[in-house]
Design a binder for this molecule. Sequence first.
Ligand code: GTP
Ligand code: MG
Length: 233
Amino acid sequence: MLKKDKIRLLDNKRLKKNILNQVVKNPILENVNSLLRMEQLYEAGIKEIRTKLEILDSEFKVKYDHNPIHHIESRLKKPESIIKKAIDKDVTLTEKEIMRHIHDIAGIRVICNYIDDVYVVAQLLINQDDIKLIKIKDYIQNPKDNGYRSLHLVLEVPIFLAEGVQPIHVEVQLRTIAMDFWASLEHKLKYKTDNNVPEDIKKELIQCAMSISELDYKMQSIHNRLNNDSEIQ
Ligand code: GTP
Ligand code: MG
């Protein structure tokens, strides 16, 4: 073998070893199928929860002539964001560990009309036999310091596959239209200012959050009074 051919062979071996090392350090990259499988699973999780929510909403319309849900949004976390979050949280990059520790790969946002709707919808979802509540954070009863309000749930839902049942986690955020209005602006500001929202804007946002909360409770009270009046008539 010529010397230059030997060098090329050695270089190829080194290159392969390098790639192999990266794959061992990041096992999930070893298997593109694994990412595709996860995508399919979590997409199914979103469909399951969305359908449950739609059924509850239409049942309420028929029974009480009221739609508790204004609209539903959903998103699947991108593979690069999943990997980034796993690295930040010190989670080993395997399918099993990621599925166990990252709860928001599948995310659903439920925008309700009134505050009571948020709690009724959440409770009805949690009560369903095939749903397990993994985590609940009530930022409505306990708003964040910046004024953020929402009810966060992490639910476990079974996905029935040909090969068996696979339980997965879905993050559900429930909030009113007013809370969503506030959160969207705050999120945009955080994004635009690289998380360094100026102090005067922060203060104004806290005030807005308080006004919005007051408005939510007033609207709820008017809605309740209207409902009670129509029951009496
Ligand atoms: P991660 O933030 O997802 O790592 O997990 P966690 O359990 O600490 O989060 P938490 O349940 O507090 O929030 C999860 C999601 O809620 C975030 O990814 C946002 O979508 C939303 N959220 C939480 N806090 C805020 C906030 O202050 N402002 C806005 N606009 N959204 C928020
Ligand atoms: Mg998140």
